[in-house]
Design a protein around this ligand. Structure first.
Ligand code: KG4
Ligand code: ZN
Length: 330
């Protein structure tokens, strides 16, 4: 059994965690930056990078203390090396390199998306490859067949915005604040999902791709018409996103052979309507449905430590001059 220290700093969450190769989460610490970004209605890269610099060291110390461990007990250090906001990615990766060099431990450079993609196996040790993964976050909206560690077939992606981005922009348009997803979900609970006629871009098309730009424009028109309440727009928007996600996932299920489960990960998986509808879709296909707990769906370091553990077990470590990558498709 090995012990992995994971570091995450690719967006607006600074995090450190200690996870074992058999899936025990010994510690996970996280510092959000919502208050710092709220006045701007979105993540400001420079502010994010500075906040990571301040937060990361103390979080690592706290995680080690929580687990009753020191760096000497750690077998490898895993840090997010991209994709993400480059300033933040560099903070975490350089910190990981320094710790690896100082403590004489191997470094594992983790793709943040691989962290999300493998996190369901941390949540459910019985989950076997291959599984169909809907990865829905603020920066990504993809359907992947996860065939093994480092072995991913991308079946679909968004041709414009990510689903989480659509939630965030809708929240901004409706004056619901930041971060957008949870705010839209709360408002949607008070509205009528059938009140506003909104488009379902690409629904029914042959390839399982996503598109949310047209939906966003329609939300703006609905708001400016003055005909609808914020709650009704939020509810109708959420329903439209769910309808798109489900139709596209159903299409992908038709295209893949031998998937053992339907899995959802990424921040939008925190949305109850999304989870419940996907669960029903999995049941229709006689597939188990796996969704990590909410805290493991949004950005965190346990998923990075776990992806690091899976890579380390496969002998995949990285040299200390490995580059930070703002763009890095899986
Ligand atoms: O995975 P994540 O924490 O960060 C990225 O890697 O992007 O995902 C954050 C995204 C944001 O766009 C946020 O609005 C969305 O996930 N999100 C939600 C909910 N909670 C977070 N979207 C819809 N409903 C939610 N409850
Ligand atoms: Zn993420």
């Amino acid at each position: 059994m090995s012990l992995i220290l994971g570091l995450e700093s690719s967006c607006d969450e600074t995090a450190a965690a200690l996870v074992t190769s058999d899936g025990a989460i010994l510690a996970h610490r996280l510092a959000g930056q919502e208050a710092a970004h709220r006045p701007y209605g979105g993540v400001v890269p420079e502010i994010a990078a500075r906040a990571h610099v301040e937060a990361l060291g103390p979080l690592i110390e706290a995680a080690l203390a929580d687990a009753g461990k020191t760096l000497a007990d750690v077998d490898a250090i895993a840090a997010t090396a991209g994709p993400g906001l480059i300033g933040g990615v560099m903070v975490g990766l350089v910190t990981g390199k320094a710790l690896a060099l100082g403590a004489g431990k191997p470094l594992v450079a983790v793709n943040h998306l691989e962290g999300h993609a493998l996190s369901p196996r941390l949540a459910d040790p019985t989950l076997r490859f291959p599984y169909l993964l809907l990865l829905v976050s603020g920066g990504h909206c993809q359907l992947l067949l996860v065939k093994g560690v480092g072995d991913y077939a991308r079946l679909a992606t968004t041709i414009d915005d990510a689903a989480g981005e659509a939630f965030d922009k809708t929240a901004k348009m409706l004056g619901l604040g930041f971060p957008g997803g949870p705010a839209v979900e709360r408002a949607a609970a008070l509205g009528d999902p059938r009140a506003v006629p909104l488009p379902r871009p690409l629904v029914g098309s042959a390839e399982p791709h996503f598109s949310f730009a047209g939906l966003k424009a329609a939300v703006l028109r609905a708001r400016d018409s003055g005909q609808y309440s914020v709650e009704d727009i939020a509810a109708s928007f959420s329903q439209a996103v769910v309808d798109c996600l489900i139709d596209r996932t159903r299409r992908a299920l038709k295209k893949v052979d031998g998937a053992t489960a339907l899995v959802v990960a990424g921040g939008v998986a925190a949305n109850n309507n999304v989870r419940e509808t996907l669960q029903a879709l999995a049941a229709q296909h006689d597939l188990p449905f796996v969704a990590p707990p909410l805290w493991l769906c949004t950005d965190n370091a346990a998923m990075i430590a776990w992806a690091g553990a899976e890579r380390f077990a496969a002998g995949l470590t990285d040299p200390l001059d490995v580059a930070a990558r703002p763009r890095w498709p899986l």
